[in-house]
Design a binder for this molecule. Structure first.
Ligand code: SAM
Ligand code: SF4
Length: 398
């Protein structure tokens, strides 16, 4: 472990922004390749021939394309989630406090800058982009960003452009989102009871969200519902949610509440392990195992009675890090390599230092991926007071 840290440190030093190495991508690969293939042999010569041999070995074994982003644990990063704003028209009780302080607008990247960073990731093998927030659809002119990013779908460099939304603006934007190339949308919805919905979101209107979902379906989008399972709040409603999703032809994913950011209540009492939820659902529904994958952390079953899929995201009761292919960008240009860790990379500085040239930006991305951690250490119990990470989910997006 100490050896790995020493290597990581050396690598980081060699890639500092001020001290420009002659071939950063070779150095980045050198670090990655050496950690994958020769963990026990140090010191490691980083000469071009050995790097090239290792690269060929990885390509031969289907592990790496030429320019792709591979982390020190051999996981290829193909999925970027982008929080385009930290602002939101809701204040969901498990996500935000009532009195949130949002970032000054001057700290936030422009849409052009977000496009540039996303495009840099696409050029390095990212195949899926998800816009999130905060509420992505409350950012002014956000459709311009969707339309710009849509060009990567047309060129074949991107498989999917998608978003996670609370649904409040879908009535307004569904058609335009479809025109930009979006086909699948995740809508967060924790209850079908209008009063409970208002209580959870503190200001949302359920009928507006349901109308938005209908408009999105009519526009041709495939909708998946995301529901945070909350003990004593919606645990008695999961059957009706499953039934409603069956009737509407929607897949559903259940999520465990994660200890992120200070909120106005203790999350411990609301935490509901999905292993228990699943065991309970199995008493009334037939859950057939499914190998369906969306590139996200969800594990799916098919509900035989409805024919729809049910996903489980279980960061606490079953850690999903071993197959992690994602990194997350905030609206200020900070890249988090893990949702549950604080280590981050500043991409705004290299972006702005060289407005016409992406070399520095790409080197910073390489460097960041070179220190993507193995996983998160989320724990939620009464002995661990306060959030595991101080930032709210709305900073890095869900
Ligand atoms: N505003 C959009 C929405 O609600 O879909 C996108 C951002 S929101 C942060 C993304 C997802 O994170 C939502 O599905 C939300 O329910 C979930 N979320 C927020 N805080 C969470 C927490 N502490 N634990 C688990 N999920 C959380
Ligand atoms: Fe807003 Fe989404 Fe957080 Fe709810 S979960 S407060 S909708 S960002």
């Amino acid at each position: 472990m100490r050896r790995r840290n020493a290597l990581a440190k050396g690598f980081k030093a060699s890639l500092s922004i001020t001290e420009r190495a002659p071939d950063r991508s070779a150095l980045a690969k050198c670090y990655v390749l050496r950690n994958i293939t020769h963990m026990d042999s140090v010191p490691i010569p980083c000469d071009t021939e050995s790097v090239e041999n290792d690269r060929r070995w990885l390509v031969d074994h289907g592990r790496q394309d030429d320019d792709s982003l591979v982390d020190p644990f051999g996981r290829q990063v193909t999925y970027l989630r982008v929080s385009v704003t930290d602002r939101c028209d809701f204040r969901c009780v498990y996500c935000m406090s009532e009195d949130m302080t949002f970032l000054p607008k001057s700290d936030v990247l422009t849409l052009e800058e977000l496009d540039r960073i996303c495009s840099a990731f696409v050029s390095r093998g990212v195949r899926k982009l998800r816009m999130t927030g905060g509420e992505p659809l409350v950012r002014r002119d956000v459709m311009q960003l969707f339309h710009r990013l849509g060009r990567h779908l047309n060129s074949g460099h991107l498989d999917e452009l998608t978003l996670t939304t609370n649904g409040s603006q879908l009535g307004k934007y569904s058609v335009d989102l479809y025109a930009a190339g979006v086909r699948r949308i995740n809508v967060s919805l924790d209850t079908l009871d209008p009063e409970k919905f208002r209580a959870i979101t503190r200001r949302g209107d359920l009928s507006q969200v349901l109308d938005g979902i209908r408009t999105a379906k009519d526009a041709g989008h495939q909708i998946k519902i995301n529901t945070v399972a909350l003990r004593g709040v919606n645990d008695n409603e999961l059957d009706s949610l499953l039934r409603w999703c069956g009737d509407e032809g929607l897949d559903l994913t259940l999520i465990e509440t994660m200890p992120m950011g200070e909120i106005d209540e203790d999350r411990t009492g609301r935490y509901l392990p999905l292993s228990m939820v699943r065991a309970d659902l199995q008493e009334r529904w037939t859950l057939d195992e499914s190998d369906y994958q969306t590139g996200g952390p969800s594990r799916y079953v098919t509900i035989r009675e409805t024919g729809q899929r049910l996903g489980f995201i279980t960061p606490l009761s079953h850690n999903f890090c071993e197959s992690c292919n994602r990194v997350r960008l905030t609206c200020t240009g900070t890249l988090y390599m893990c949702l549950g860790q604080e280590d981050a990379a500043d991409l705004r500085s290299p972006l702005r230092l060289a407005p016409e040239d992406d070399e520095l930006l790409l080197a910073s991305i390489d460097e960041a991926i070179g220190r993507k951690p193995k996983g998160h250490d989320f724990v939620i119990d009464r002995r661990h007071k306060g959030p595991a990470v101080p930032r709210h989910m709305s900073v890095t997006g869900g």
